[in-house]
Design a binder for this molecule. Structure first.
Ligand code: PAF
Length: 273
């Protein structure tokens, strides 16, 4: 595995290869969820590039930028073992200048749900993903379905900016109790981990309601609220794949999304129906 810090050097190297490139952008603290993205990228491309960059512009003031887990050595080892060909490991100064061109998240879908609780977050995500895609110029780029709104907005950006990359959604990985894997799970203490399981339980209940023929989204949300008690729930939303709120489940075009704060940790999860 070769490690690059300089965007220009990596870009030059990759441009000379003329092979299909699978790209997995990450913020590090790699877990099995990331490994499943890397595995899929390896299956579908000749080479795999992973980036590790804790992107400052997607953190709001007062959020966890400083305490976000950084595990350089362990992450490098994981990438090596997973068969990554190129690791991009830039510093903030390699990616950002002082006076910057920025991308803005769309006015509506960038400012609902997670965009409402974290206004401006998605503008930072889109800006860095645009930069990373321009550096790597991948054939396919892999994103987890757990961050469904991020995935939808990146897909919109790629379509609306007429970019050439194919965005590949990858299933959410869960621990053996059902909690969706996230680097931020590290913040949870033992008691909070148990509390956090209410989130997958509520989604499981929603699935079983739909399977038993309950399609009215209000009924499903009310049932989920009871299971999530007493968590600090930021939202439970049932939307189409385009993120338009829906009154009844449309199988094959629905998503149920939950954001809840457990202790001080914001957790996201969802199911696609
Ligand atoms: O999902 C993440 O880890 C980040 O938001 C991403 C896509 C790497 C951009 O910083």
């Amino acid at each position: 595995m070769r490690v690059f810090q300089s965007p220009h050097e990596l870009k030059k190297e990759l441009r000379g290869l003329h092979v299909s490139i699978g790209f997995v952008p990450t913020m590090g603290a790699l877990h099995n969820g990331h490994i499943s993205l890397i595995k899929k990228a390896k299956e579908e491309n000749e080479i795999v590039v992973v980036s590790i960059f804790v992107n400052p512009t997607q953190f709001l003031k007062g959020e966890d930028l400083d305490k976000y887990p950084r595990k350089e050595q362990a992450d490098k080892r994981i990438c090596e073992l997973a068969g990554v060909d190129y690791l991009f490991y830039p510093n903030a100064e390699d990616i950002y200048e002082k006076d910057e061109v920025k991308l803005c998240a769309p006015d509506v879908r960038g400012y609902i749900l997670e965009g409402e609780t974290r206004p401006g977050h998605f503008s930072g995500v889109l800006t860095v993903v645009m930069k990373l895609l321009n550096i790597v110029n991948p054939t396919n780029a892999y994103f987890g379905k757990k961050d469904a709104q991020q995935l939808m907005l990146i897909s919109l950006m790629v379509k609306q900016m007429f970019m050439d990359v194919n965005i590949v959604p990858v299933e959410t990985m869960r621990d053996n109790l059902g909690l969706a894997l996230s680097s931020r799970n590290e913040y949870l203490n033992a008691e909070e981990k148990v509390e956090a399981l209410k989130i997958p339980s509520a989604l499981k209940k929603a699935t079983s309601l739909v399977v038993s023929g309950v399609y009215e989204t209000k009924t499903i949300i009310d049932e989920m609220k009871m299971i999530l008690e007493p968590l600090d729930v930021s939202y439970i939303a049932i939307v189409s794949r385009e993120f338009i709120p829906i009154a009844t489940i449309q199988t094959g075009n629905s998503m149920i999304l939950v954001e809840a704060v457990v202790g001080n940790t914001r957790l996201l999860d969802n199911i696609w129906l």
